[in-house]
Design a protein around this ligand. Structure first.
Ligand code: HPA
Length: 284
């Protein structure tokens, strides 16, 4: 992928043509988190389909309503990805990570990743929010494979503090300040699209996972390679397979996300607004 850097330059130049302000915070809106974009003032929307290289050539004819939405939250310039690409849709790990790389090249200081997830931890209830403290990549894929370009980042990036401890602390304080309960835990990223079997969930629990989902890990690996701090937030939409009596369905995931959207959007807003100081830290 010798041309990845050049492609990113072209994507970013195109975006900068319409978006003069450099974003400080990047946000990936996972399933059911989309309402957050409506909170930005002076929004500018750039459709994924118009951004060079963002849609892989072999998917150029797919219908895609995704957009990069920029604007301000209070004083903070923010850039949101309205949706992701997933491994289960047939995108490669590098293709999944490409929109995140664009945010990183645009100059964000921190990336806020959101998702819907199944609760493995028996203490979690449906509708709970979980700050991700770490992840387990169960996809056996990695967006950095084949990339060896110092202009993008290290070939072997450290993942010890993939989810930034200072951002986690700040997010916990932000949640407390608005009276929203937030859990902390480890996110297991799987490929999907089938939900897990009860045996797989039992295995993931043994491995130390608290929640499971089909996204996020590719995004976070790419962002860490590009030296961007990460804060991750999962909404627990269902008990993982074998925990509750009921079957798991996409419909349930969407309906829970809809029910709790005031809480999710409110928390995400408060977290980003309270990260202003960390975003101004020029030490990285
Ligand atoms: N498993 C995987 N991904 C998910 C789940 C789940 O139970 N719930 C929401 N996303």
């Amino acid at each position: 992928m010798a041309e990845l850097y050049e492609q990113l330059q072209e994507s970013v130049e195109y975006i900068r043509g319409g978006v003069p302000e450099r974003p400080k915070a990047g946000v990936i809106l996972g399933t059911g988190w989309q309402d957050f974009a409506g909170e930005l003032s002076s929004p500018i929307t750039v459709r994924y389909a118009d951004i060079p290289h963002l849609l892989p050539k072999h998917r150029a004819n797919d219908k895609n309503d995704g957009a990069l939405i920029t604007g301000r939250l209070g004083e903070i310039p923010v850039a949101c990805l309205s949706e992701r690409f997933h491994l289960y849709e047939g995108f490669s790990a590098q293709e999944v990570a490409y929109p995140v790389r664009i945010l990183c090249r645009l100059g964000i200081k921190a990336l806020f990743v959101t998702n819907a997830a199944g609760g493995i931890n028996r203490g979690f209830s449906i509708g709970d929010l979980m700050l991700i403290t770490d992840h387990i990549n169960m996809t056996m894929q990695n967006p950095l494979i084949g990339i060896d370009d110092d202009r993008i980042g290290k070939r072997f990036p450290d993942m010890t503090r993939a989810y930034d401890p200072a951002l986690i602390k700040m997010a916990e304080n932000a949640a407390r300040s608005i009276g929203v309960k937030v859990e902390k835990g480890v996110y297991a990223g799987v490929c999907g699209p089938s939900f897990e079997t009860p045996a797989e969930i039992a295995m993931l629990r043994t491995l130390g996972a608290d929640a499971v989902g089909m996204s996020t890990v590719m995004d976070v690996i790419a962002a860490r390679q590009m030296n961007v701090k990460v804060c991750g937030l999962s909404c627990i939409t269902n008990k993982a397979a074998g925990i509750g009596p009921q079957e798991i369905s996409e419909t349930e995931v969407y309906s829970v996300m809809k029910e709790v959207r005031t809480k999710t959007v409110g928390l995400l807003k408060t977290i980003i607004a309270s990260s202003e100081k960390l975003l101004d830290d020029e030490s990285q």
